[in-house]
Design a protein around this ligand. Structure first.
Ligand code: HEC
Length: 199
């Protein structure tokens, strides 16, 4: 008797799941994943960044990023954000003002180039710089791709838009900061930063 009770207990759920109502929510007229043909994107549509309600821009490497249009307008908000991120993520190697000077203890040792010269300011495209931040370079690590560059080490610390904010700052304000920045002492800079972080 006891055995029969145990057997019943074990088999009862199977019987219940085999009854028709265990499936009828699944069988409905909606289109299921991988079913039917995919609707193509409208002609001439452009992949765009998230805050504008679009898709993530899909590029696979720095080469493909070269011609990307910068979707983030250059304004005070973007420049401020870019500057903040630049100091956190780029200053350690390229110097706080992109001069590859002694404000970075390792710039010289690892060959981090100055970012205020014509090469980065004029010759490279904004897409390429965004791609460099995303996928890294020869020595430089990746900040938008966890699989990283050749050494396989990378992170996705910076979002798509954060990388464009850094590009905006780098191309529109860094040189001015670097030229006027020498007079700014570390303490003055720190208090300005603290003040702007509050706002
Ligand atoms: C860990 C050190 C390190 C950090 C952090 C770093 N870089 Fe670099 N970066 C380098 C080195 C080294 C090079 C030169 C060698 C190379 O291309 O890898 C370089 C090169 C570059 C180049 C030139 C790429 C080219 O095609 O020649 C750009 C632009 C650049 N970095 C921008 C940035 C920006 C913007 C950040 C911040 C988001 C940043 N880097 C953070 C080390 C770093």
């Amino acid at each position: 008797m006891k055995r029969l009770a145990i057997l019943l207990l074990l088999t009862a759920p199977m019987v219940v799941f085999a009854w028709p109502w265990s499936q009828d929510m699944m069988n409905q007229p909606s289109i299921k994943p991988q079913e039917g043909t995919q609707t193509p994107f409208p002609k001439r549509s452009v992949p765009y960044s998230i805050p504008y309600g679009g898709e993530l821009t899909q590029v696979a490497n720095r080469e493909e990023a070269k011609e990307l249009e910068n979707p983030i307008p250059v304004n005070d908000k973007s420049l401020k954000k870019g500057k903040q991120l630049f100091k956190i993520y780029c200053g350690a190697c390229h110097g706080l003002l992109g001069k590859a000077d002694k404000s970075s203890p390792i710039a010289e040792k690892i060959g981090a180039i100055p970012l205020i010269g014509d090469y980065v300011q004029k010759d490279l495209t904004e897409g390429w710089i965004w791609g460099t931040i995303t996928y890294g370079s020869y020595v430089m690590p990746a900040y938008g791709d966890p699989t990283g560059n050749a050494d396989g080490k990378g992170s996705n610390d910076l979002s798509v838009d954060e990388r464009w904010h850094v590009v905006n700052y780098l191309r529109n304000q860094l040189v001015a900061d670097a030229n006027g920045g020498a007079a700014v002492t570390a303490t003055a800079q720190a208090s300005t930063d603290a003040a702007s972080a509050v706002n």
